[in-house]
Write a protein of this length. Structure first.
Lengths: 345, 345, 345
């Protein structure tokens, strides 16, 4: 159980209060108890300090007036909170062993302190860096490369020749490097296009549970350094996901689309293939991106939920929109408004 | 092969006809043969009885006029049909054994008659209740708790410290308790927020194949008793799914959203984070829920499919809607209708 | 490394140029080097030949004027490219062995040259055809049937009694034959309807990574010959997917819907249950199909992405559409346009 003083030292934050205060966990401000460290990430939440029982709070130095208890002062309280979660992290640690119930081909190159758990299968010519952790039941295909300190969680499948960088986490049941969805239509049906390229994942990337990143046909699928990808996301063949781009759950990126750096793609958004998305583009939930986006900014599509009957009327009218627009134009003509309002539509 | 009389006794239904009629299966009314039990769940389907060859039919006592054959009478025929499916169930039964090709840590607490199939891995300090069935290749993390009579199907991953209640079914390749998607943005990129809480699943819950339920950051993700969740569903960190709420395939619930009891969320619906959804709310397919829903009822969003050319016109006009509304207002002003119709818009 | 002449013979294409040209791979026209075979699939891409360094190009005989280098002439260059990918295929080959770390029940029927990799589990009474390849960690349920030359990739789960035809590929972590999502509502909550039927998959079918195809309640779920299904797709119980129908990533088909032959369902499209979709129907990305489609053709739904502020106005107006339409009608009445334009709306 760390003390407030130890936390201040570890997190490199200025301390306000008794350094010997013991803290045994993190909690949200509304539920925190005296044994908890908490945090306020935005000024608008300062009023919540009034009722908190937290033993100490991470907050911005400018906000000290609002709080008389113990504090850790940070110019970026939310980032400091993120760092603090590592102090209290309760995830199991790797054993550092190759489990006897794992299957590891002889030609596999193993770094130092590699962990391979029960039921995992590492195929010939794979290369596992230092401190790599291969979870239970994981599959690492022929010639795949996993960088130092990367963790592949249970049930994930990493296909042949896939390259994953350092300090990545691939979450359970994700599939990296399955065949892209490529077929040539012919009179006899779909003719499969073998996917000859692979997937290249940079450093510090996370890929969520049950997500899929397909291998390229002729050019690699690329996920750049620092990108974070949530659960059940589809990254099709030949896609590039830029540096530090975030893609939320159930979003899907179609083949060959190139997404810039620092983009944020919200849940269930979908992108057509062969698009180019600029840096710093934010797409709202369920966004329907059918053409390239050349300018940074926030974009959205879709319609809001309505009570069913009201929606049925809206949806029905949607199919009449073109006619409605033409009727407005007729009315403007009939009333002479089109002369005044010329060019408005 | 049960007889009609045995079925009546088992299902606790009044019998009409020959109790010795042998029945070897269930079939839909249109395809049922004399060896089949069938059912009519709604009055509007009664006409289908005219052509059926079913050996016996479950139906409402009020509908007996429409049927001269053997019958089981139920005030809720569809529920009785559901019960009857258990009689004819053909799923394989658990062996009751710990397979020699399973890996079970010494400290695991095993109830009575636990089955653990080949390739499964159960980590230290996990607790498996009576008659729990851990399927082939399943991963049960450190300290996870699985209640009596719960079945974890092949390939599912249950992460550390996850708690699952009694009589649950977790379908193949589902992932319960992977890290929630939490990161603090910083100048140096995304800083991971370790997810310190877990997932708590009540009793009588089903979670579909390849679905993901993420562990909480500071507060647990909760799926309450009797909730049913279909395939490929995303339940983000800190979400609460209420009692007996049903979530259909590919729906996604963002972080910290609280869904009430007895809600029905249709396929591909999406909910933003930090919302509160009342009890008994129904959201239609692909529903886009961006704000809280405070009243029970049916809600929907989206637009209907149209032939491509017609849709292109509608979609294009959608982007001009605000202008169209203003043009209508101008017209009302020009024609004096705005005086009469004041307040209408 | 094949020569151009060998490729011509293998692909049965007319050769133009030096048959001894060695070619060691395929590359897209813009990046191809002298050691690469490339292709032009559409006339509009012919201008790209000007700058290519490709050693040889597959193209239509009519386009030879645009290219003075070596060529393979094909009436369907894209199909020939697909065939050529097989020549250069770099996927690992099956070992032809049953791995000692696989678990195979005694009663399993094994064809010739079957491969079963480490950690796979094949249950009693399963039938594996000739040259079937069961990947690492795969689960094959009781009595499942896998046709000749079919490949089940690592981590996939094939539940009991599922039937898969010949030359199919089931990609990693897919789940075939989990229970359909069937429950009867009762006062005491949802009563599970045991799913008594199975999944029947024809020949030459591909099912993508992490996709789910549920078993039927009373009637089988069917995926017909030559259908191709991408990643993270949901096929619910009782659905029929017609011959050579293509379903892109994250699309979802609800229970009992019958999709015709040669349909193309784009990414994230969703279909309600109990629909009938004609042959040769194309549904655009995120298409919201709530009723049957009786005529072949292209259909779409949804709205285009807009910059956030503009979209907020459009979305808000969408909820007022019915009122807007009524206001237009009032205006038409007030101006007498309704007499001239009668019947237009």
């Amino acid at each position: 159980m760390p003390t407030l003083g130890e936390l201040a030292t570890h997190l490199e934050l200025e301390l306000h209060g008794d350094p010997d205060t013991p803290l045994d966990g993190l909690a949200a401000i509304d539920v925190a108890k005296p044994e908890h460290l908490s945090f306020v990430s935005e000024k608008k939440h300062l009023h919540r300090l009034e009722k908190t029982e937290a033993g100490a709070v991470i907050l911005h130095p400018d906000w000290l007036e609002a709080w008389s208890g113990s504090a850790l002062l940070s110019p970026t309280p939310y980032v400091s909170y993120a760092h603090a979660t590592r102090v209290f992290d309760n995830h199991p640690a790797p054993s550092g062993d190759i489990h006897t119930a794992a299957t590891v081909a002889e030609s596999v190159l193993l770094g130092d302190a590699v962990t391979i758990d029960a039921g995992a299968c590492v195929e010939a010519d794979a290369v596992l860096g230092d401190r790599v952790w291969i979870g239970a039941g994981v599959y690492i295909g022929h010639g795949a490369t996993i960088g130092n300190d990367t963790v592949i969680k249970p049930g994930a499948v990493i296909c042949h020749a896939v390259k994953i960088g350092q300090r990545c986490t691939i979450h359970p049941n994700a599939t990296i490097g399955a065949d892209g969805f490529g077929y040539a239509p012919s009179d006899a049906g779909w003719v499969k296009i073998e996917q000859l390229a692979t997937v290249v994942i940079g450093d510090d990337v996370e890929i969520g549970a049950n997500s899929t990143v397909d291998r390229g046909a002729l050019e690699d699928t690329v996920v750049d350094d620092g990108a974070i990808i949530d659960n059940l996301v589809q990254i099709a063949h030949g896609v590039r996901v830029g540096r530090q781009t975030a893609i939320a759950s159930q979003a899907g990126i179609s083949g060959s689309t190139q997404i810039g750096d620092r983009c944020v793609i919200a849940g269930q958004a979908g992108m057509a293939g062969h698009l180019v998305i600029a840096d710093d583009v934010h797409i709202g939930g369920q966004g329907r991106v059918a053409s390239s986006v050349t300018e940074a900014g926030h974009y959205s599509s879709g319609t809001p939920v309505q009570p069913l009957r009201a929606w049925l009327r809206s949806a029905s009218r949607f199919t009449q929109l073109d006619q409605m627009a033409k009727r407005i134009a007729e009315l403007e003509k009939a009333t002479g408004l089109d002369q005044q309002e010329d060019g408005k539509a």
